[in-house]
Design a protein around this ligand. Structure first.
Ligand SMILES: C[S@@+](CC[C@H](N)C(=O)[O-])C[C@H]1O[C@@H](n2cnc3c(N)ncnc32)[C@H](O)[C@@H]1O
Length: 474
């Protein structure tokens, strides 16, 4: 079975046709502008009827040749696009594995949904490394500024030129791996050579799509009964979908104690995701990373990673846009078999769905301030507690609105660490969290203070009035 062939279906075919036609048309127009045919057009033509100069031109004939040629070029592009998998030479594609579901193999991200960013010269990060023949690490090794900030060096701009070691995505310096049948988890990827800690394993390639598109697609995939999830976040705005188009990285399974991690790198102005070894990995070991990010699936999948500290489920966070459901409840062999995990095995952070479709952390145990206030002796104390309760509610709703606003950036933080979160986003989040904590502290301290040492009342207030039922309650 040639598993580089694509899914058949109208949208896919239409995409190919559209992108092939666009490329062909682009080529046609640019060749018409800078055109080699103009030489033909201006060249002396064979005589059909001699004029006084001895030559005549036949532009109409040349134009129709150009149009025919243009049409041929468009057709050629459509055909090449549709059969791209056959032309991409990649040693891993030579594997013929029975039973691997079909997908289109690509070895770079697909940008059908937006234009590829062209890096501006001013934006190119140039390191200060100097190549020394006796020190291999000198040419963009661990100490390189670009490496330290997860940016790949730009060829022709790097001072180390051909010795630069920081172009691993661009040169596809992948570790050797092979597919295998992973017990209960479909297919997985094995290391077929020793991989050192920190080493680049491979890029996670797929279609670059917006988060909105990712949400839409995941719902379509769920409705189509697709169980395996291949959508991962790329940055605050976009995701990579390797469901239909991807590379071998799409087969790397999840583990709660993984030997690899995903990292976002900036390569020639575009964000790309790479898989990197967390520790030394020996030949024959399964490669895994933690799917600890927004889970683009309608169902939680029971984790079968076998780690001693397994969290029980795949994906750290369910998406806010879909209701929780449990895949093992469906009668499917790969997603059942075994008892429903106890709640202690559930995801660490439960999210509550709000009416805007966003999600926010569930509040913990709540003090019912109104209820508590009625037991306080003085009106001042009651008012103080109720005022603090109002402030706490405002702080909570402010935090929820900030959360909705910066949710993608929080995702980014959860997946790629704090280095990728903008300072003003972090400040907003910290500010709103502090306001909430302060309001909670004020509320709780006012309750405790007023319960333990109520404010001194004036002597006439303190004097019991006969038959005052309120007083007895106090
Ligand atoms: C990115 S794919 C990994 C490749 C997949 N095993 C395959 O055969 O194509 C993610 C899917 O693999 C399965 N999977 C990955 N890790 C798993 C784990 N630890 N336990 C159970 N299923 C897992 C889940 O179905 C998940 O949606």
């Amino acid at each position: 079975m040639a598993w580089s062939k694509g899914h058949k279906g109208r949208p896919e075919a239409w995409d190919r046709l559209r992108s092939g036609l666009a490329k062909g048309f682009q080529f046609f127009i640019s060749s018409a502008l800078f055109n080699p045919f103009s030489i033909l057009q201006n060249a002396p033509k064979p005589l059909t009827e001699e004029d006084e100069t001895g030559f005549i031109e036949e532009p109409a004939v040349i134009d129709s040749h150009m149009i025919t040629l243009g049409i041929w070029i468009c057709c050629l592009y459509v055909w090449i696009d549709g059969n791209r998998g056959r032309f991409v030479k990649d040693e891993k594609l030579d594997q013929q594995i029975e039973g691997v579901p079909e997908f289109i193999h690509i070895n770079r991200n697909d940008f059908s949904y937006r234009k590829h960013i062209k890096q501006k010269e001013n934006d190119i990060a140039i390191c200060e490394c100097k190549y020394k023949a006796n020190d291999p690490d000198s040419a963009c090794g661990e100490r390189c500024w670009n490496v330290l900030t997860s940016i790949e060096c730009t060829p022709r701009y790097c001072p180390c030129s051909i010795h630069c070691k920081n172009q691993r995505f661009q040169k596809r310096e992948y570790a050797k791996t092979k597919l295998f049948r992973a017990e209960g988890r479909g297919w997985g990827l094995l290391a077929t050579e020793n991989i050192k800690a920190g080493e680049f394993v491979m890029e996670y390639c797929g279609e670059v799509i917006s988060r909105t598109e990712a949400r839409g697609r995941s719902q379509v995939y769920v409705s189509q009964g697709l169980k395996d999830v291949y959508i991962i976040p790329l940055n605050a705005r976009e995701c990579i979908d390797a469901t239909k188009k991807g590379n071998l990285a799409r087969f790397i399974n999840h583990s709660c104690q993984p030997n690899c991690e995903t990292m976002k790198w900036s390569v020639l102005g575009e964000d790309r995701v790479g898989i990197f070894a967390l520790r030394n990995i020996s030949v024959g070991t399964e490669l895994t990373y933690s799917y600890n990010f927004e889970w683009y699936s309608g169902a939680k999948v029971r984790c079968l990673c076998g780690a001693t500290r397994c969290s029980g489920f795949l994906g750290g966070k369910p998406c806010g846009f879909q209701e929780d459901s449990f895949a093992w409840e469906k009668n499917n062999e790969r997603y059942s078999g075994g008892d429903k995990p106890s709640s202690s095995l559930g995801p660490k952070k439960r999210l509550k769905h709000d009416h805007n479709g966003g999600s926010r952390p569930l509040p913990g145990k709540q003090v019912d301030a109104k209820y508590v206030a009625q037991f306080l002796a003085s009106k001042d104390a009651q008012e103080e507690v109720l005022k603090n309760e109002e402030e706490r509610k405002e702080a909570l709703s402010h935090l929820a609105s900030v959360y909705r606003e910066i949710e993608p950036a929080i995702e980014d933080h959860d997946m790629y660490g704090p280095a990728n979160v903008l300072t003003d986003v972090a400040e907003q989040w910290i500010g709103a969290s502090c306001r909430k904590l302060k309001a909670e502290f004020n509320l709780h301290s006012s309750i405790i203070r007023n319960l333990i040492c109520p404010p001194q009342r004036a002597p006439e207030d303190a004097k019991p009035s006969a038959g005052d039922p309120d007083h007895e309650i106090k």
